[in-house]
Write a protein that binds this ligand. Structure first.
Ligand SMILES: NC(=O)c1ccc[n+]([C@@H]2O[C@H](COP(=O)([O-])OP(=O)(O)OC[C@H]3O[C@@H](n4cnc5c(N)ncnc54)[C@H](O)[C@@H]3O)[C@@H](O)[C@H]2O)c1
Length: 454
């Protein structure tokens, strides 16, 4: 075990004392849950020469990871995992004792899906806590990275105390990475948020993150947890807001992209993160917005804004599809080419992806579906064995009456429009990501339908 030093002067926190030069023995880090967040976290910490264990109860997943195979697509991740394994810094296991007994920091990154009432289902978090508790070493730090509501750390603390007399610390390390750029986001995040009320814990977690970029923000655990929900609900709200504006643009001659250029020039608003489309999807925004509404209700606060956000977003895809159906004179008997299936580019994640709702709607409308996605097809074939898949976008549009762009993968945003027109049987080009210039599309003879632009 080596030694290293870290200068943490100048960091503003709510904690008294500290802020000097800290020297700590290299810590073993264990990540519990090797899903999207867990594998990225494990691989990045291993990349920075830590001894890292990744633990998952899914033995098939562990078997693959041990061979250096990442069970989902995320740019740069497989190389990082293989490097870690080759350098003997990264080990995957399903054995809690092996992974926890020497760990200075244990990071919980298991899933927290929505329960039927909208609350975050914390059963995987508490299962993980119960399983790790008997193996904790003295003064281990158990940090929850999963998105959980305030109050979770206290419940976890009580669970562990029932099992062990050893001294341990609970902390929060909320995660802000984005699928599709998860490795870069983890190496160079905007901020590393450390939720703790203990100076010793803060110093160690700052030390652990020392090679990682971004601002360090040390706050109490409850603030860290609220901030994660607040950030996701705010981003979700931005999407819903611009979708409402897009609806209005379609009622006149305005173009939502031009509206975004204008409002984005205002520094208070900013030009980033305006994505009119079919609504927000993915594994986080829908569930975190629902949880924020449920949490608001549980503490007797108004949940109006968050409930409305969720409601508008749930409805969005259906109202959009009804509008498209009218525009193309019904789906029946039509062949629809779907370009892009994942909920966003550079990932094969289909959780809450528009495609997953659109495919049954089109099938019920008696359309034939031909689909192409650069990475998500293996998973999509399992969910939708009854639709057709092709090896590229041009094959998908050949003979189609309607082409519908669903995901802005870069290979799908620069298609040769003349070739598309020639290959298609019909004329409808529905651009749900506003990636194409309506004038150029129409110049080929195709009929353009976008979002918030006529
Ligand atoms: N995916 C994202 O983009 C993202 C971003 C920020 C935060 N988050 C949050 O991070 C958490 C994890 O999300 P994810 O997308 O990585 O989830 P995931 O579903 O991809 O992975 C969760 C993993 O945990 C494992 N697991 C479940 N119970 C376990 C247990 N008791 N012990 C060990 N392993 C167990 C599962 O087998 C699975 O592999 C969630 O709370 C999520 O809200 C996700």
């Amino acid at each position: 075990m080596g030694f290293s030093a870290c200068n943490i002067t100048g960091l503003k926190t709510h904690l008294p004392g500290g802020g000097g030069r800290v020297t700590i023995t290299v810590m073993q880090v264990t990540i519990i849950g090797t899903g999207f967040v867990g594998v990225v976290t494990a691989a990045v910490f291993a990349h920075f020469k830590n001894r890292v264990y990744g633990l998952d109860v899914d033995r098939e997943k562990v078997k693959k990871l041990r061979l250096g195979e990442v069970p989902f697509y995320e740019p740069q991740l497989a190389e990082l995992v293989r490097d870690g394994i080759k350098g003997r810094r990264l080990t995957f296991t399903s054995d809690y004792k092996e992974a926890v007994r020497n760990a200075g920091v244990i990071i919980i990154a298991v899933g927290t899906p929505s329960a039927p009432d909208g609350t975050a289902d914390l059963k995987y978090v508490f299962q993980a806590v119960a399983a790790l508790a008997p193996h904790l070493k003295e003064k281990a730090i158990v940090a929850i990275k999963s998105t959980v509501p305030p109050g979770t750390n206290e419940k976890a603390t009580q669970l562990i105390k029932r099992v062990t007399k050893k001294k341990f610390f609970m902390a929060s390390l909320p995660e802000f990475l984005k699928e599709g750029s998860a490795v870069t986001d983890t190496l160079k995040p905007d901020r590393v948020v450390i939720g703790t009320n203990d100076r010793w814990v803060a110093d160690r977690l700052i030390w652990l993150h020392r090679p990682i970029g971004g601002k360090r923000i040390v706050v109490r655990p409850e603030s860290a947890q609220m901030a994660k929900y607040a950030a996701n609900a705010y981003l979700a709200q931005r999407i819903t807001f611009i979708n409402q504006i897009a609806n209005l643009c379609e009622r006149n001659n305005a173009d939502v992209r031009e509206v975004v250029d204008v409002i984005g020039a205002d520094k208070r608003i900013g030009s980033h993160y305006w994505y009119p489309g079919l609504g927000y999807g993915g594994s986080c925004f829908p569930k975190d917005t629902k949880e924020l509404a449920a949490y608001s209700r549980s503490v007797g606060e108004g949940d109006g804004l968050f409930v409305k956000l969720d409601e508008l977003n749930e409805r969005r895809i259906y109202t959009s599809m009804e509008k498209f159906e009218r525009q193309v004179n019904g789906w029946e008997g039509k062949t629809v080419a779907l370009l892009g299936l994942s909920f966003k580019p550079n990932t094969d994640d289909l959780r809450e992806a528009p495609s997953v709702k659109i495919i049954p709607l089109l099938t019920n409308g008696r359309a034939k579906i031909v689909a192409y996605d650069p990475k998500a097809m293996p998973l999509a074939k399992k969910i939708f064995p009854y639709i057709f898949f092709t090896d590229d976008a041009y094959q998908a549009v050949a003979g189609a009456d309607v082409t519908m762009l669903l995901t802005e993968w870069s290979e799908l945003t620069h298609l040769r429009l003349g070739t598309i027109k020639r290959l298609m049987r019909g004329l409808w080009f529905i651009d749900t990501r506003n990636q194409y210039d309506p004038v150029k599309v129409r110049a080929t003879g195709l009929s353009y339908i976008g979002i918030g632009r006529v």
